[in-house]
Design a protein around this ligand. Sequence first.
Ligand SMILES: [Zn+2]
Length: 197
Amino acid sequence: MTESLIASIATLQDMIQEARIVAGFTGAGISTESGIPDFRSPDSPWMRNKPIPFALFLESPKARREAWRRKFTMDDLYRGAQPSAGHIGFASLIASGRMPAVITQNIDGLHQASGLGEDQVIELHGNGTYAKCLSCSRRHELDWVRYHFERNGDPPECIVCGGILKSATISFGQSMPEEAMRRARRLAASCDLFLVA
Ligand SMILES: [Zn+2]
């Protein structure tokens, strides 16, 4: 470790010690060590396909089939990803009682996999580890969706209301989740240290 890095770590430790409330904020970089590439990683799979906008997903069964095909291809690539040292670090800050929650742009569920509860992770872009009905919000497990998708060539409908199922992430053109945004704003306004990774 270089001297400047050691000094920076010491400064950060002091700042955390002095803070009353630390807010955490993470993006894709914290998961690249877990083997999940971000948009700018070399040969990023995210750049290979043009994103499917939310409006197109709603109106076109063909776009929905394509979205699910891509989703399951990605899931196969990153199955078994484990929390990185960064995720573990945030989990220990939360365990220390100084950080109430971590706000994340990630959809991979790795903060939860590092031991955090649902109330300790604020997901601004949703979660890609399950599906949700766009009409009634009922949660559906991906294994079940995939089973029907691979059998019939079409994604199944919501078992409760017949609505359209979508990975529980926020797509381009889809509104940000209100409750998560509210919680994130409240935490950002109440903290005296905002730690971004
Ligand atoms: Zn439904």
